[in-house]
Design a protein around this ligand. Sequence first.
Ligand code: NAP
Ligand code: MG
Length: 475
Amino acid sequence: MFEYAPAPESRDVVDIKPSYQLFVGGEWVDSQGENRHKTINPASEEVLAEVSWATEEDVDRAVRAARKAFGPWSAMPGSERAKYLFRIARIIQERSRELAVLETLDNGKPIRESRDVDLPLVAAHFFYYAGWADKLAYAGHGPDPRPLGVAGQVIPWNFPLLMLAWKIAPALACGNTVVLKPAETTPLTALLFAEICRQADLPPGVVNIVTGAGETGAALVNHPDVDKVAFTGSTEVGRMIARSVAGSGKKVTLELGGKAANIVFDDAALDQAVEGVVNGIFFNQGHVCCAGSRLLVQESVADELLDALKRRLATLRLGDPLDKNTDIGAINSAAQLAKIRELSDLGEVEGAERWSPECPLPDRGFWFPPTIFTGVAQSHRIAREEVFGPVLSVLTFRTPAEAVEKANNTPFGLSAGVWTEKGSRILWMADRLRAGVVWANTFNRFDPASPFGGYKESGYGREGGRHGLEAYLDV
Ligand code: NAP
Ligand code: MG
């Protein structure tokens, strides 16, 4: 066995300020409130910066700035709006190393992922929707589709910059203006994005960024002058938002949790399936709404697949997220770590068998080893609830019909994976799986042209693709 030499990415490319203001009307402004909070690097618990905690007045000021900008922005020809979006996309590419390092520092995800997955997708999203801005009349929503107005957007911490791109790019392409609130634990790339908006000469007020916690998000979605609410986060908060905006006339899209089944048939290419299962649940420490957190494997190949999976897991490298060899980074927060621990401990109490490879954890920061539960029953909480961590529940099935039944036996319906060499079986399964996205012989693949979104408690509305325009047009 060769040992890996450390291959750390330098953090010199990022210039983190000790403290940040709010980005409103194209300017950095002080919050009206006294509250500030610190954002830390979850891999070391080092404080990275202090950010403002926007109050209701701050949110109001941001919404007013967005309202003021809406008139001219929506009246601008789509081909002009497209130029700004193309410019933003290009600056993101030019500054992608800086953005990737900052994302990894604030979130804990491996640099390999922020550099090779998040950032290319972020830029691709802006390029893609830039292309739509002057073609909205051909999007299938009538000859002259109108924007909605001011969009209030609230995003989670698992893909901070990517979720920002999913929200801001289509909104702007359609002629809306936005106020966005990033998650409390990962505000820094959104604040750097604000700087990029200035660098691109985006008209003031088209994009406003207000940092803060849940109350700031609530103030934003409840603001009477917000026309559109776009939320990505937990089902619990999504439910609260749906309740609070009901009857207000605001248009809403909700992208919530998931408990996806990754289904492996006995005729699948097993080595490939193992890679797909690993990618499905251990990518981004399992902090992925569409993670393949339930492995359904056909009984006749279950032992073989599990052996191969365990061998593969033993080679995963957990540690410094800035090291280019790292596969598994830090858990994003102490609170999330506590939740993963609680559900995993419950898995054992309920009778499932827990396994992790030998995996030393760093002393500081928040860490959880890749973990597999076998002997999982459908009634177990680890089979029903979203763990949102590197924890896989393994169940078996005998027939395709049983696989479908088990896969659909969940209140969620965001994604699913099917591994088989038979095309006909893929189509048969895809017809029956109640999931917004069904991947075949792959998993966690994203493309800005492809719509994403869920059924049931995974939310409503679609992001990405032509479908994603509908959420920001008055149709
Ligand atoms: P969360 O607690 O729902 O938080 C999401 C965002 O909402 C954060 O910015 C949060 O602010 C804010 N927020 C909290 N309470 C609010 C309220 N009452 N009103 C308005 N905003 C409020 O979820 P999370 O723990 O950050 O994220 C994990 C969840 O997101 C998982 O369930 C995951 O499945 C889901 N997710 C879904 C998708 C998808 O596309 N379907 C993508 C990624 C994640 P603070 O951070 O300051 O609390
Ligand atoms: Mg942080």
